[in-house]
Design a protein around this ligand. Structure first.
Ligand code: FES
Ligand code: FES
Length: 162
């Protein structure tokens, strides 16, 4: 059995939240685990670990992706953004984060980072969605607390003000 050291790992180079980074990973390591354990990005939440709940969603090259269904080696040369990218360097929340707070779009917050990353990717494709389209997009995420109404209002608020 080989030792799990740097020699059995792959080096990956990619852009993470706007900065060029590199790291070592085993071929089977999930991106969700790599981001949390190697990059210390605890905003990547992991719940179901099989692509159902959406809590682990990040963006890869601007598209919403479930990091629990992605191997870390797959991001070689690509741009990964997590929820930590939304606030500015002074910690000022983004308009979407502020709207979620204002409209009570979160309670425990476990689902929230993944939802925010999906919403941002969605608004890039559809900047003026109607309520049905917003609810259809949110249907890919499981939230056990809010009932989704506050999230819909928050997204509508951002759509109106951007
Ligand atoms: S933890 Fe990835 S979709 Fe649930
Ligand atoms: S706010 Fe608790 S799961 Fe969504």
């Amino acid at each position: 059995m080989p030792q799990l050291n740097q020699e059995t790992k792959h080096k990956i180079n990619f852009t993470l939240n706007g900065k060029a980074v590199s790291g070592y990973t085993e071929p089977r390591t999930l991106l969700s685990d790599f981001l949390r354990q190697e990059m210390a990005l605890m905003g990547v939440h992991v719940s179901c670990e099989h692509g159902v709940c959406g809590s682990c969603t990040v963006q890869i090259d601007g598209k919403a992706v479930r990091s629990c269904l992605t191997f870390a080696v797959q991001v070689e040369g690509r741009a990964v953004d997590t929820v930590e990218s939304l606030a500015d360097e002074n910690g000022e929340l983004s308009d979407l984060q502020i709207a979620f707070r204002k409209h009570h779009g979160l309670q425990c917050g476990y689902c929230t980072p993944g939802i925010l990353m999906s919403v941002e990717a969605f608004l890039e494709i559809n900047p003026k969605p109607n309520e049905d389209e917003i609810r259809e997009m949110l249907s890919g995420h499981i939230c056990r607390c809010t009932g989704y109404t506050g999230m819909v209002k928050a997204i509508q608020d951002v759509v109106e003000t951007r």
